[in-house]
Write a protein that binds this ligand. Structure first.
Ligand code: FE2
Length: 193
């Protein structure tokens, strides 16, 4: 399995958009916090968060090519699924875009649902922080996040259902938001929030 340093080198090579790099880091810390809470493998869950959008700059943010061409990068880098990337991590990365007609992996496992929920919530929480007067993640509370889910005009491109599906991972939505806010607060300087 790739070490975290090897994953970071992949990000250095393939991710050039600052917000995208932050998004992957934010997804990583949420996944690690969630894994620790659930007694799952924090290293594997963290890896899924950290590299899930590895091909997004490579495909020039084209939704038709996203996640499909993740496999090209693996080929170029000589990375083997099952050896360098655990099968369940690979499955979750593919399934996080299960809506794509050419992606056959569906969300099934806890890891699959956790990755989609975490990477979606990370974007939503950043949006919540940016509308605070001080723009700080520390100023965002669970209740205000819950209220914003209901506001259709707020961060309207974010699919709330992917976040709500966290309940399939046997954790409540409240607790998931709480854990995620704490995880992002812990790296607030790094993410500039
Ligand atoms: Fe993502």
């Amino acid at each position: 399995m790739l070490s975290r340093n090897e994953c970071i080198k992949l990000l250095d090579e393939y991710i050039h958009t600052p917000w995208l790099r932050l998004h992957m880091r934010e997804s990583e810390v949420i996944m690690i916090a969630l894994a620790k809470k659930l007694g799952e493998d924090a290293e594997r869950w963290g890896m899924a968060g950290l590299i899930h959008d590895l091909d997004f700059d490579y495909v020039e943010k084209d939704p038709k090519r996203h996640v499909i061409e993740f496999d090209n990068i693996l080929k170029i880098e000589g990375i083997e699924v099952g050896r360098d990337i655990p099968n369940d991590v690979y499955h979750a990365i593919k399934a996080h875009y299960a809506e794509h007609p050419l992606i056959t992996q569906k969300r099934e496992s806890k890891l699959d649902y956790a990755l989609s929920a975490s990477e979606t919530l990370s974007g939503f929480l950043v949006a919540c922080a940016l509308v605070q007067p001080d723009k700080k993640i520390n100023s965002v509370g669970v209740e205000s996040v819950m209220k914003k889910f209901k506001k259709k005009d707020f961060a309207k491109s974010i699919n709330r259902q992917l976040i709500f599906d966290i309940e399939k991972v046997e954790i409540s939505l409240d607790e998931f938001i709480q854990i995620s806010l704490k995880a992002l607060s812990d790296i607030s300087d790094e993410i500039g929030l």
